[in-house]
Ligand binder design. Structure first.
Ligand SMILES: Cc1cc2nc3c(=O)[nH]c(=O)nc-3n(C[C@H](O)[C@H](O)[C@H](O)COP(=O)(O)OP(=O)(O)OC[C@H]3O[C@@H](n4cnc5c(N)ncnc54)[C@H](O)[C@@H]3O)c2cc1C
Length: 398
């Protein structure tokens, strides 16, 4: 019986544990935090969007990975397999109106609880408060624990250490140094599904936390319908995330990125101009916007911000601006606040079973591998799919 050690008790690591157990291995799981799956639980706070119900061929095109292997892994363990897997844990799937798939009840905690219980019953042992610190001279894995150093020399190990955001939940990216020292040339981390900086005036920043609902955001010829949120230093959430990778690249190249906001995507520009023109001449601008265009609150503030407090008076010009409000983004929000991170272990450093070519018997899984995807369930699906491959391969490590 092979002994497989999994480091990282997030969704990728737990799926690797499940696959290694199914492959007949004895499994120990180590995590630096006092409990498992902290980011997974956080993801469930606003509804655990675990996968997506769209056509699976379309689903696979959502990934930005310079390698066809990720698509094959997601084909082998994708949306329909995840729904069946959840059912195996007694958790039915709920498909939202957008096609996003959630566990019934939306939360991660019942799923995680049952998953950990099933792993325990199958023989996996979870060791919390064990921070992996590298390898010793014998090639054993070393850990910092509350009672001092520990080491273990398994037949194979799976690293499922996450990306480099939300450090307080465990994924601090500190593993990057440990792999670099061993000759793995990593791709630098970059924030993905992240917020962006806009140098707001104090008036605009006072709208911090306000949702801007039912808009369409465009950049690079791609438009996304949805909502976003004003932050103290810019924008984040929902409709911003699908555009984040392209906006991030613009910022890396030129220090800024342009976003166009259609504040009323369901209203035709000419009809809007006619409604604005028909407003009472004595109406203030804010009344005109509210009555003729139902624009107030954060939407009205955005219009004032972009025009430095002087939106055009002419109805046709105002309508044009409402339909295509230009916003300049000057940076990405700090990486620690990103939903996920791009970069990490490059695909060409990994073999077919996700084993590091320069470190035999050491496999990788989850967000620490260099792939990128928008929100919509794609992140967790890839974590589970890669965890499964790494766990299976580790159980049969040569
Ligand atoms: C607010 C929020 C909402 C999200 N919502 C969604 C969503 O709805 N849908 C979706 O698909 N994705 C969502 N995500 C992203 C998703 O949660 C992550 O992509 C996913 O958790 C990554 O899984 P992972 O197993 O690769 O890594 P992680 O979940 O980050 O787990 C890594 C584990 O490794 C441990 N670790 C790290 N370093 C060490 C070390 N040196 N020693 C020991 N242990 C270590 C950490 O403690 C952690 O437990 C969300 C993320 C956030 C922050």
């Amino acid at each position: 019986m092979k002994h497989v050690v999994i480091i990282g008790a997030g969704p990728a690591g737990l799926m690797a544990a499940e696959a290694a157990l199914a492959g007949g291995a004895r499994v120990d799981i180590f995590d630096a935090m006092p409990s498992a799956g902290r980011k997974f639980l956080m993801a469930g706070k606003s509804g655990l969007n675990i996968t997506h119900s769209e056509d699976e061929a379309v689903f696979r095109t959502r990934y930005d990975a310079p390698d066809a292997r990720l698509a094959a892994m997601v084909e082998a363990f994708g949306p329909s397999e995840i729904v069946k897997w959840m059912a195996g844990l007694g958790i039915a799937a709920h498909v939202g109106s957008s096609g996003r798939v959630f566990p019934i009840g939306m939360k991660a905690s019942p799923l995680l609880r049952r998953w950990l219980a099933r792993l325990g019953e199958a023989g996996a042992v979870l060791h919390t408060r064990h921070r992996w610190t590298g390898w010793d001279a014998r090639g054993a894995l070393t850990f910092e624990t509350l009672t001092g150093q520990a080491s273990v020399k398994p037949d194979a190990s799976v690293l499922a250490l996450g990306g480099a955001s939300w450090k307080r939940l465990g994924s601090d990216g500190a593993w990057a140094n440990l792999l670099t020292e061993r000759g793995v040339a990593l791709e630098p981390f970059a924030p993905s599904n992240c917020g962006f900086l806009v140098p707001w005036s104090a008036k605009m920043a006072a709208h911090e936390g306000a949702p801007v609902k039912g808009v369409s955001l465009s950049a690079h010829g791609q438009s996304v319908r949805g909502d976003f949120v004003i932050t103290r230093s810019g924008i984040e959430s929902g409709a911003v995330y699908p555009l984040a990778a392209a906006l991030r690249r613009d910022i890396a190249a030129s220090g800024r990125a342009s976003l166009t906001i259609d504040l009323l995507p369901d209203t035709d520009e000419a009809a809007l101009a006619a409604r604005l023109a028909a407003a009472h001449p004595k109406d203030s601008l804010s009344n005109r916007l509210r009555k003729a265009a139902r624009i107030d609150g954060a939407k009205a503030a955005l219009l004032l911000e972009v025009t430095k407090g002087a939106p055009p008076r002419a109805a046709a010009d105002l309508a044009r601006l409402i339909k295509a409000l230009p916003l300049t983004l000057t940076g990405t929000a700090p990486i620690d606040t990103a939903i996920s991170t791009a970069g990490g272990v490059p695909w060409d450093a990994l073999d077919e079973g996700l084993m590091l070519k320069v470190l035999p018997h050491v496999y990788c899984a989850g967000e620490m591998i260099a792939w990128d995807a928008p929100t919509g369930g794609y992140l967790l699906t890839a974590c589970l799919a890669t965890g499964r491959v790494a766990g299976q391969a580790a159980a049969h490590s040569p």
